[in-house]
Design a protein around this ligand. Sequence first.
Ligand SMILES: Cc1cc2nc3c(=O)[nH]c(=O)nc-3n(C[C@H](O)[C@H](O)[C@H](O)COP(=O)(O)OP(=O)(O)OC[C@H]3O[C@@H](n4cnc5c(N)ncnc54)[C@H](O)[C@@H]3O)c2cc1C
Length: 399
Amino acid sequence: MRQESVPCCVVGGGPAGLMVGVLLARQGVEVLVLEKHADFLRDFRGDTIHPSTQELMYELGWIDEFQQIPHSIVDHVDLNFDGKIFTFADFRRLKVHCPYIAFMPQWDFLDFLATKGKEFPSFRLLQSTEVSDLLIEGGRVVGVHATAPDGPLEVRANLVIAADGRDSTCRIHSGLETITEPPLIDVLWFRVSRRDDDKVEFHQSRKGILTAINRGDYWQVSSVIPARAFAEVRAAGLAEFHARIAALAPALSDRMSEIKTWDQVYELTVRVNRLTTWHRPGLLCIGDAAHAMSPAGGVGISLAIQDAVATANILGPKLRSHTLRDSDVPRVQARRELPTRITQKFQVTALRDLYPKNLHDDTVRHMPPVFTALRMFPLLSHIMGRFIGLGVRPEHITS
Ligand SMILES: Cc1cc2nc3c(=O)[nH]c(=O)nc-3n(C[C@H](O)[C@H](O)[C@H](O)COP(=O)(O)OP(=O)(O)OC[C@H]3O[C@@H](n4cnc5c(N)ncnc54)[C@H](O)[C@@H]3O)c2cc1C
């Protein structure tokens, strides 16, 4: 078995893992990121780069390069709730350099971060390397077991950062306790062709919820269904599925025939949970590994990035000077737990009325109180823009 020894090993090369790896390497910390996939080319992942993340790119001096990556811009989000159109979130008054959400394929964003990392000699990314277990000695996490392309690999580290997403292997083996919210929704993703004269709003809700992301020559469409209802959707047949989508977005009705088999429809199960404690000696969980986020508001990537920045700010200098103590690690949770809890509460509670309860629930839902307030007081859309765009307690690059 090949063995490696590093001050910091990051498990997972998603937004949280790559960002923390790059920021630590930028501070001169030797860091090894292990990613199980060979590339970042996975479709149907979140594509939203929030103003908070773009501001970090600015603070790092990377914004010009970042903006070279093809993306589209949304500076406010209009909702169509049963024909009533109103602004849900407005980012235009945010005091940041990029007051808008950039829609960018996540693989391009991750490629960008990985390329940035390679500029720092102390950054290493091993792809096609899957972590299978934690290495625990005397109750302390001292590294991980992994399988690399050339065989088994053991990495010993002063600190293991688990950023391996909502199905985190590290979390499973850590013994840390998880609080799980009851499942409310799942999401079906598919793509249909796009025409330049299409009039499809970004988001519409009526007897269901649909979001359409402009990907140039196609729409990437997500449709919210009640939790665990995909089997029932399939049993009802494709014609019924086409009709449901056409009712939500009539402009797409002539293209639903492009969905010819269920293989073209991807089910993503939504989970909302969080660890009561994000750490144990030698281990810190961040991003979805610490708190799986719902897609509501598209804030999961933003929160994962914020966790990464807080981790690098708090632990980077200690790792660099080899003075990290186990008692330093809980400071990351202390910093990031409140923003996470508030955001999850909003995703689960404030939008609860919006979610379809079952597939036969054909009544037009009552507008959630938060939507009513936004319709009555349009200025609130700027507060919502701040909440979604910057989040609670936004992080900044401190070193
Ligand atoms: C249906 C759905 C839609 C969503 N849409 C959005 C959206 O539009 N915008 C948004 O901001 N958020 C969205 N989210 C949430 C968002 O995807 C996550 O919150 C975000 O990706 C979390 O980032 P992360 O780095 O913590 O984890 P992930 O993005 O899950 O990254 C984890 C990484 O770890 C790797 N990995 C996993 N296990 C191992 C292992 N054992 N060894 C090595 N590597 C491993 C994975 O391959 C992956 O690259 C959505 C979520 C769902 C469920």
